[in-house]
Design a protein around this ligand. Structure first.
Ligand code: TMP
Length: 210
């Protein structure tokens, strides 16, 4: 049987990851690929419960390391309950955010350090790294504006522009560290052309790795 494939979508808030990854999912499903769509933090009941705690704007007292541990805990449960079973059936898993988000947001955004965040995530994921990552690249100000226009901001969305700048720097380090699995797409273009490029990138990855 084929081995499964884990393709993650990453990028700053407002890069359009959710819209694009869902479109790619629909297109691949339409073409008959055994594909599932999921997201982090969340994807299954326990992880969605943890998501609510993390993103609740009322939780202003949350410590940065508590936050990092909660993301890692939700990732662990999601991996064990949903991602690994799908991969072991040979399926293609499209995941909206994964470990790279923790490295960028908690490691650099919160200033905990990438190595410390990597350690707890190593414990959580036991070597289950993405096969490939679609990185949606967007100028910071544009992403920030898109999020502000969306309204209904969660605890992370409400962070300062300076925090999101650090996250963007964190992603630059993540891209360098894992360059061989990165597909970088300019997400400031219109949605149709971004999703076309992301779909084509996924089909190339599937043809090469699946
Ligand atoms: P979402 O808006 O993409 O669903 O993600 C929720 C927020 O959580 C978003 O601001 C990014 C943030 N996040 C982290 O800080 N660390 C993580 O490990 C993950 C998965 C998300």
């Amino acid at each position: 049987m084929r081995k499964g494939l884990l393709i993650t979508f990453e990028g700053n808030d407002g890069s359009g990851k959710t819209t694009i990854s869902k479109r790619v999912y629909e297109a691949l499903k339409e073409k008959g690929y055994p594909v599932i769509y999921t997201r982090e933090p969340g994807g299954i009941d326990i992880a969605e419960q943890i998501r609510r705690v993390i993103l609740d704007p009322a939780n202003t007292a949350m410590d940065a390391r508590t936050e990092a541990l909660l993301y890692a805990a939700s990732r662990r449960q999601h991996l064990v309950e949903k991602i690994i079973p799908a991969l072991s059936k040979g399926e293609i898993v499209l995941c909206d955010r994964f470990v790279d988000s923790s490295l960028a947001y908690q490691g650099v955004g919160r200033g905990i350090g990438m190595d410390a965040v990597w350690k707890i995530n190593e414990f959580a994921i036991e070597g289950h790294m993405p096969d490939a990552t679609i990185f949606l690249s967007i100028p910071l100000a544009l992403g920030y504006q898109r999020v502000a226009d969306r309204g209904n901001l969660d605890r992370m969305d409400q962070e300062s522009l300076m925090f999101h700048e650090k996250v963007a720097q964190g992603y630059e380090q993540v891209k360098e560290r894992f360059l061989d699995r990165m597909e970088i797409i300019d997400a400031s273009q219109d949605v149709d052309s971004v999703s076309d490029q992301a779909q084509r990138a996924c089909e190339r990855i599937i043809a090469a790795l699946w």
